[in-house]
Design a protein around this ligand. Sequence first.
Ligand code: FRU
Length: 488
Amino acid sequence: MREWTLEERYRVLQSADEIKGLHEALLGSVYRQKYHIQPITGLSSDPNGFVFHDGVWHLFYQWTPWGAVHGLKYWYHVKSTDLVHWENAGVGMRPDRDFDNKGCHSGSAIAEGDSLYFFYTGNHRDENWVRTPYTCAAKLDENGVPVKLDEPLFGPRDDYSEHQRDPKVFWVEEKQAYYIFIGAQTLDKKGTVLVYKSPKLLEGWEFAGQLNVPGFEDFGGMWECPCIQRISGKDVLLFSPQYTTLPGRGNSTNHNVYLIGSMDYDTLTFTPDSDYHYLDYGFDMYASQLAANVDDPDKAILIGWMGLPDNHYPTEEEDWEGSMTLVRELRVKDGKLLKTPLPAMNELRNGTAPEDGTLPAFCELEVSFPQGETEDSDLNLFTKEDGTGGFTIHYCPHKKKLWVSKKDLDKRFNENVFEELEVPMETPLRTMRVFIDRCSVELFINDGEKTFTAHVYPTEREHFYTKSDNVEMTIWNLNESVKDDFVV
Ligand code: FRU
């Protein structure tokens, strides 16, 4: 792993020419994704500013231009009309003010009338590297570029730690007011959410209080990227708790969870109906964000970062790292979220591939497991020609569990965090849609009851699969849907 100095990580991008070479170099990578959003150069992390406006879906990602390292963060802009085909739209927000001198950190968007507004964290550091996080806003101009307000909307509260960031803005009809949720940490290092309120978007913000979430007063040390949305009459609170391990999540201290319950804006209390749920059971999904201005009371649109904050991935050697997950539709069913691929993903299908034991580099597998089956089932992806190794998926109907392991792949990574995970299966395994791209696998289990997201970096010899006889599978070739153009 390359060592980076602080100067290198926080270098300001002056011109596109400075990173053209980096972009050209990564175009040759066998791990460049074909239908997932990925960094134009360097590193992509959290999705930001996800919104539908005027027929276009806007999305930004946290971006370090210089390499596979967290450093000075920009918002890089991508656009789509169907959430499946994406094109690069250039740098969205640059850390070019004193209040965001060390990064435009995560945030959200909202469309209002003809205008599109962005809310983000200006990560300011002084000469002693002391951090002050500001909540800042910007508005899209007629050239499609976010233009910042001259001053932040508000600064941090001193009765919480320096961890106050990731504003999620939304309108609450019953209160006729806008709200912002901010991910935060109390002075005694407990994760929480701070709530701000205003009748207007760009002024009048006041601190309303700390969100009460009964039963979750001591649940991780920081709640990054909080989001809330009403789906089918239920409130869904989504966040990424850190600095704690959770059952079934190995040694990871970064998680993405949700609660379903009801939100009372008078008392600022979110009352969960039940315990927390993992948003995804895989190795690599974090800092997910719900899209704003989705005009359907029964569904939400979600995207996540395919990666975890402290993890390292093999493409670091190629000076780039990360991608977004596929966009997912969320619905509430039986007190949980169903997470399904977009219907438009079917349009990427381009005929079937022969079921001869070889795996295309990017494809979709439509898998079914016979009902009433009492035998175990196996599906091993990216095996070697002799069927050994691979990314293994094992299901046991008696134990009601699915085991997924990446430890037998040639390229091992994040071994100290986890390489094998279990997925509890409350209902028997019936179906799985498996989306394979050049460095990722996403499992949608039982029509979205569970998902499992993982990076994988198969070597040249790892492009075979094996399965047990009781598993039926169709392999769909897919068309490409992201453009790897150099737009800065
Ligand atoms: C989550 C996060 C956010 C922060 C951003 C900085 O991964 O730590 O809390 O705004 O990344 O890149």
